[in-house]
Design a protein around this ligand. Structure first.
Ligand code: TYM
Length: 339
């Protein structure tokens, strides 16, 4: 079992990142270890330069993100934690895969369409080729399992398509160069929505901080954001089908259920018939209870920049060792002479 996943160190990590992805990174850290495999989690700092960014903020966010991952339960002694910029094999493999990726495949990526918007001519080349780097990120390590939220499913399907085409064109069926990775999408919380708009996903790039719960928010901020979350005037239904067409209510009930380790039906059995005046404080309290320990650990860890840099440097050295054989196999398969 080889588990690989990445997170962009842009902005602050939020509840969507935690419930949709980071929580599962921690679960897969255990599973990989139990199976005698290895988990690797990285900060996708090279992906972050595909849109306008502030270099000083990127460096600060990179360290904050590694502190967050450790605060959430990733252990650098058990998982390999690193940032892409210290493992040049990612960008090397991206170029080698660029010969197999098709323009049409990239043109269909919804994230490219969303982020480029109407201004495709003005978008960076990196934003367009971003999914090829993402494919390299996982194929480089022969990933078998890639825990991600729902919004990354399409990118992982593309990674499989690229791997399959490369294997078909340049390797034999008996000795493929790349393993086809499986995206692992959680059954609950795969898409946490904005607190201001039940039709938009919770996102680091939303200009309104009220739209998300950051993992670094303190208790008062969490409660304020939940109390101000957009809802409708109806009381909560007693059954899950009553949430249909009520995106904001469904989102809050979903968050409660996953944090409490239960189902939406159970939550509604308890809160059905009650208004948000009763439900929101209960949700706020639950969030505070679950996030406070993470917050405390984060506040300690973030202060020791040297320790954070050591985690990344040592993780990168281990990642490079694992990356080299696959990269060399890709060069060889393509007929590129290396000394
Ligand atoms: P990023 O940084 O946007 O998000 C990191 C992880 O959090 C998940 N996520 C969510 N899950 C549920 N609800 C939400 N509102 C929500 N928002 C984000 C994402 O699905 C993701 O799992 N391109 C990737 C980073 C990346 C990567 C990779 C991931 C680069 N290379 C290779 C996996 C494998 C990204 O921008 O994620």
């Amino acid at each position: 079992m080889r588990v690989v996943s990445g997170i962009q160190p842009t902005g602050k990590p939020h509840l969507g990142n935690y419930l949709g992805a980071i929580r599962n990174y921690v679960a897969f850290q255990d599973q990989a270890e139990a199976s005698g495999g290895q988990s690797l989690y990285f900060l996708a700092d090279l992906h972050a330069i595909s849109v306008a960014h502030d270099p000083a903020a990127l460096a600060a966010n990179t360290r904050e993100m590694v502190a967050t991952l450790v605060a959430c339960g990733l252990d650098p002694a058990r998982s390999i934690l690193f940032n892409q910029a210290q493992v040049p094999q990612h960008t090397e493999l991206q170029w080698l895969l660029s010969g197999s990726a098709r323009m049409g495949w990239l043109n269909r990526m919804t994230q490219w369409k969303d982020k480029a918007g109407k201004n495709r001519e003005g978008a960076s080349v990196a934003l367009f080729t971003y999914p090829v780097l993402q494919a390299a990120d996982v194929l480089l390590y022969q990933a078998t399992h890639v825990p991600v939220g729902d919004d990354q499913k399409q990118h992982l399907e593309l990674a499989r398509d690229i791997a399959q085409k490369f294997n078909n064109d340049f390797a034999s069926e008996a000795a493929p160069v790349f393993t086809l990775p499986d995206p692992i999408i959680p059954p609950q919380a795969a898409r946490i929505m904005s607190l201001r708009d039940g039709a938009a996903k919770m996102s680091k790039s939303d200009p309104s901080d009220m739209s998300r719960i950051n993992l670094t928010d303190d208790a008062d901020t969490i409660m304020t954001k939940i109390k101000k979350a957009k809802t409708d005037p109806e009381p909560l239904p007693s059954e899950a089908k009553g949430l249909e067409g009520r995106a904001e209510a469904a989102n809050l009930v979903g968050i409660y259920a996953v944090l409490a380790g239960t189902t939406e039906a159970q939550v509604l059995r308890r809160f059905g018939g009650q208004g948000f005046g009763a439900f929101k404080p209960a949700l706020g309290e639950l969030l505070i209870e679950k996030l406070a320990p993470i917050n405390d650990r984060f506040n300690l860890l973030r202060q020791d920049v040297t320790a954070l840099d050591t985690i990344l440097r040592e993780g990168a050295a281990r990642a490079r060792t694992l990356a080299v054989p696959t990269l060399e196999a890709a060069y060889a398969a393509l007929g590129l002479v290396r000394g």
